[in-house]
Design a protein around this ligand. Structure first.
Ligand code: SF4
Length: 365
């Protein structure tokens, strides 16, 4: 009999066995958090919009359709505490900023250098008695070198942390292994696009009507958006109904642009961009090792599934408790360890077998 396991449940098991036990509906108790965190909700919307664009929808139409899908994110549960307007504003700002960034990107891994082979492909990969399922955001061919690579979007508040964790993540190593076997050609790595879930339009405008030059307060803004806002503000500043010319510090848009040149240069060289793409290289040995690790984890999970919900797995990974903003299962996990009514905690704070978000056509996203 073939046992089907998703890569995400194996990854969760890899992060903390107990987390998988509390959350996996196909095996343990099946309780998920009632609402998506804001950055996850933004990530889902963003993902969906990029999928529509990659499937040939014009960008403005993809944004409208995704805006319609957002209803399902905060209306699913009455208790949802997320700020819906903030999510939508941030998402829309990010999506527009992404298009500008991409249009100005001349790097080696810009869209112009990528041929898209598949988008959101649901992959079933067999190994021994198991079938591993996963959805690859995209599979692309890098035109200058001809190499095939899985492509993944990673959206979050702290994408640097996600990037720093990649060497320990089973997912990229296994994706390379599976895609190289399926296409029967070498796959040297995964191309990641990191996205900071932040509203790029939040620019601090000073009393004189011009944008602040303090980069520290503008961490969520791109060069393109800052430049555009600056031009708009400069035109307004120089309009006759603004200060009387005698009171103005600057007398023309050109003068303002010259004065802001150092800020614009700093923006172009900034170290905390909103978007960046980077390949994560994976050796052949690492790919073979990932296949072995994946099988071993799937077998462990199967043993756990057969033992049932009464047996809490051991082998917890303490570093996962506080990583990524803290494990959501901390309370039931603690109560469980003290012999308390952990299921009562799960029932009050979590939802069992949560339904997935759907898009405007009712499909899961
Ligand atoms: S609190 Fe820590 S040990 Fe408990 S489920 Fe979460 S990550 Fe695992």
């Amino acid at each position: 009999m073939t046992i089907t396991t998703s890569i995400s449940s194996v990854s969760e098991w890899d992060t903390c066995h107990r987390k998988a036990y509390y959350s996996s509906h196909s095996w343990g108790l099946g309780y998920s958090t009632m609402y998506e965190r804001d950055s996850l909700a933004i990530g889902s919307l963003y993902h969906h919009a990029m999928k529509l664009v990659a499937n040939g929808k014009p960008a403005h139409e993809a944004l409208t359709l995704t805006g319609m899908a957002q209803e399902s994110i905060w209306n699913t549960y009455n208790t949802r505490p997320n700020d819906a307007d903030n999510i939508l504003d941030t998402f829309a700002g990010l999506a527009v900023a992404h298009l500008k960034w991409q249009a100005s990107d001349k790097s080696r891994y810009s869209d112009a250098n990528l041929e898209v082979i598949t988008v959101e492909e649901y992959i079933r990969f067999p190994m021994e008695d198991y079938e591993f399922t996963f959805v690859c955001d995209k599979i692309v061919r890098h035109k200058p070198t001809g190499v095939l690579m899985p492509f993944e979007y990673k959206t979050g508040k702290y994408p640097e942390q996600t990037e720093a964790g990649l060497p320990w993540d089973l997912q990229p190593r296994f994706y390379c292994y599976a895609v190289s076997k399926l296409f029967d050609e070498p796959v040297p790595g995964v191309l990641y696009e990191f996205i900071r879930a932040t509203n790029p339009n939040k620019i601090n405008i000073l009393k004189d009507g011009l944008p602040s030059q303090a980069l520290a307060t503008l961490t969520g803004t791109t060069y393109e958006i800052y430049n555009e806002t600056l031009v708009e503000c400069a035109k307004r500043y120089c309009a006759p109904e603004w200060y009387p010319p005698a009171k103005r510090k600057y007398n023309s848009v050109e003068e303002i642009m010259v004065a802001y040149q150092p800020t614009l240069e700093k923006f172009q060289n900034r170290v905390d961009p909103i978007f960046w793409r980077r390949p994560h290289w994976v050796t052949q040995e690492e790919q073979e090792g990932a296949a072995r690790d994946m099988l071993a984890a799937a077998k462990e999970i199967e043993v756990g599934r057969q033992l049932g919900a009464d047996v809490r797995p051991t082998g917890l990974n303490r570093s996962a408790c506080n990583a990524w903003g803290g494990c959501p299962y901390k309370s039931p996990c603690l109560v469980h360890g003290q012999g308390g009514d952990f299921e009562g905690v799960l029932k009050s704070d979590f939802i069992k077998n949560k339904i997935r978000l759907t898009d405007y056509e009712g499909k899961e996203i």
